[in-house]
Design a protein around this ligand. Structure first.
Ligand code: ATR
Length: 279
């Protein structure tokens, strides 16, 4: 195995990154194979050590390693530091730099795929886990006006709100119940689901965190869950005649950002999109 560029996680078989990243490498005339590395937690340290050589280019990092790689690498980008998770490692002058492109990928997906600008908008975010941190960081960096965080475990909503609020933005935590949502959801410009509700194989594949009566037709819905593509959350936006974006787009753009930074090139977004569409 060459160990030049690839994706690591455990399990890793489900990962579709190699499909659209290989399409990008081929289009760019880059001869590398985008590999899939199954790395159980016990082998993580050894795997990172193997990256310390001249031929290593970059690794996309997925579950369960996004946090655990942090003490093993040399530097973190501002986004990785603020989010506390790494989804790409690049070889920069023989130093391993950890980055998080989930946040910038989400914002780029909104602007490039859906022509939606976050600036001065009111956002409602469902969830308070690692994925929520990346989304909230992206919203703040893009000059959102207001962020409301709704989570089943209210203490976690409070913690994430305290940690990510700054002098520009005070995040407001709210409950997950219908009454709490009724005061905010109809007035949001964008509502984002970062919980695992609606995910096939997850804890509640048939459930949406919100129902259509609370969704205005002017509100944009975005689900970071991409399996299935049309989730129960997205179906509620369809019922409300509201526009929406799907998680496959965020998956694509985190990869677009990653390959651009890894190779210092402009990524062939349309080629990557086509490869993903063909799956
Ligand atoms: P990730 O890092 O992908 O965000 P996580 O940290 O496990 O994963 O967070 C999962 C999110 O989905 C949490 O916000 C969780 O809510 P709790 O903090 O209350 O656990 C949310 N979630 C998972 N299952 C849920 C369910 N059945 N109902 C409501 N929220 C749920």
């Amino acid at each position: 195995m060459r160990n030049n560029i690839g994706v690591m996680g455990h399990p890793i078989n489900h990962s579709v990154s190699p499909v659209f990243q290989q399409a990008a490498l081929d289009y760019l005339g880059n001869k590398n194979i985008f590999e899939k590395w199954d790395v159980p937690p016990k082998q993580l340290e050894e795997k990172i050590k193997s990256f310390r050589n001249d031929s290593f280019i970059a690794s996309c990092v997925t579950l369960p390693h996004k946090q655990n790689v942090i003490p093993l690498i040399d530097e973190l980008s501002d986004s990785a530091k603020a989010i506390g998770a790494v989804n790409w490692i690049y070889n920069k002058q023989n130093k391993l730099l950890g980055d998080n492109t989930d946040s910038t990928g989400f914002i780029r997906s909104l602007s490039e795929n859906y022509k939606f600008s976050i600036k001065n908008k009111n956002a409602l975010v469902f969830g308070a886990g690692g994925a929520a941190r990346a989304i909230i960081f992206g919203l703040i960096e893009s000059n959102v006006k207001k962020i409301i965080v709704s989570n089943r475990n209210f203490d976690k909503a409070k913690i994430i709100s305290n940690e990510l609020s700054n002098n520009k933005i005070k995040i407001k935590p709210i409950g997950f119940d219908r009454d709490s949502l009724a005061n905010y959801a109809p007035y949001a410009d964008i509502i984002i689901n970062t919980t695992s509700l609606g995910m096939s194989g997850g804890p509640a594949p048939m459930v949406s965190p919100i129902s259509s009566e609370l969704i205005s037709s002017n509100t944009f819905g975005y689900d970071i869950v991409y399996s299935p593509i049309i989730t129960p959350f997205i179906k509620e936006f369809e019922k409300s005649d509201a526009e929406y974006g799907t998680g496959l787009s965020m998956l694509l753009y985190q990869g677009v950002e990653g390959i651009e930074k890894a190779l210092n090139v402009k990524a062939p977004v349309n080629v990557m999109q086509k490869a993903l569409d063909a799956l």
